[in-house]
Design a protein around this ligand. Sequence first.
Ligand code: XMP
Length: 511
Amino acid sequence: MKNELVLILDFGGQYNQLIARRVRECNVYSEVVPFDISIEKIKEKNPKGIIFTGGPASVYGENSPKCNPEIFNLNIPILGICYGMQLMTNTLGGKVARAAKREYGTIDVNIDNTSLLFKNFNSHNIFLMSHTDYVELLPDGFKNIGSTPSCPNAAIENIEKNLYGIQFHPEVNNSVNGTQVIKNFLFDVCKCTGDWQISSFVDESIKNLKTKIGDKKALCALSGGVDSSVAAVLLNKAIGKNLTCIFVDHGLLRKNEGDEVEDIFRNQFDINLIRVNAKDRFLNKLASVTDPEKKRKIIGEEFIRVFEEEAKKIGAVDFLVQGTIYPDVIESGLGKSSVIKSHHNVGGLPDYVDFKEIVEPLRDLFKDEVRKTGLELGIPENLVFRQPFPGPGLAIRIIGDITDDKLNILKEADSIFREEIANAGLNKNINQYFAVLTNLKSVGVMGDERTYDYTIALRAVETTDFMTGIWSKIPYEVLEKVSSRIVNEVSHVNRVVYDITSKPPATIEWE
Ligand code: XMP
């Protein structure tokens, strides 16, 4: 059975992914497509509704993105957001004007709650506005259903044709009840039923993978990260032992992580797993290397080499499994081309693996949906909700050159930090937290002895996008416990400091 679909035409707005996510959160499957998608393609996809995103252009600008005007004759409900509303107005004969000054911020919008779009709303609601152009004259057949003092046409509708336009952004959290506007469009205007569920996605994917792969062979590089783990388990449910996973353990994972990954995949899921313990090989290549970018490059390349060598032993396979997810697809150009996701983005696609086709079972899912899929498949929560961990692993958390001894010091200190954060119940609030082995040695005193040992830095940030973030205000008692445990339990550490820098100006990782 095919799910109901809502198409999101992308006009370059910064919130396009968010719109798609909001729609899916309402259990309606959505896809982001380029604004110039052909009418034939739209007909083929047969959507229940279409949403135009915002965008930075002005409809009067040279080369401003325009969709095929035929779209308005397809009898499919359309919701235009911001630029999308202005384009709808401009194409259908209304007038868009330029305000002297950009309007930005959350604004009280006066709305007509007799409109289907604003069902269940009061007559006023706070929404986020971010625009310079505005709709001055409505096209024929349209009526005003919302305004603010500086934006007379903040919302418009043409009931007969099921066309709606809003100047504000219902998809962002700053808009109060924004999702309700999207829900009203989906369920009252488009008459969707809300049939998109992760469980049906899982069943459907397994069925499709079975048909596609049959009894042919597939190979998957497993890192222990969320995406590749979920992809592997999905494939395993579909083709069982015809899937082989190669887990390249570079030795730079956190304490016990390699064994945990092996245990889950070998014992819980009975997956055909080859674990390559390649720590020595990686450490040899990294000996005396101090430059962070060089470390990344070496690890990325070595990962590919180890993977290739193992793959060669297996011989030709039909499919190579990649854990590409939807944001990778959108960011790489609106589904026109696809990013080949390498192991944690550190390397590239192996050159010499003999395969015919790539399978990307998660390429339609957002990260939170990948996590839901993982839970649905029975992957343990601690893996599914694992905090982000960089592909080059602890190598970029040891400042300066890397040795086995330093690696062990860091693993122990990091493990204590994580344990205490969990004990304090802070693990759900802090999005990324870890220890860093600084290259700094300082003088200390233990018993009656002078020590000259390493300084461990603790890093903890709160962020949603990992592009910006604030340092976490961990209670002093927790920091005190962590510090005391680290200096007492980890040899060669005599000082612990806490990083109180936000991003920007600092980055989350130290290298
Ligand atoms: P920064 O340090 O740039 O980190 O503030 C932002 C996020 O990216 C992760 N990160 C990496 N992930 N390979 C990865 O797969 C890398 O080389 C890498 N460097 C940073 C970092 O852990 C944080 O979540």
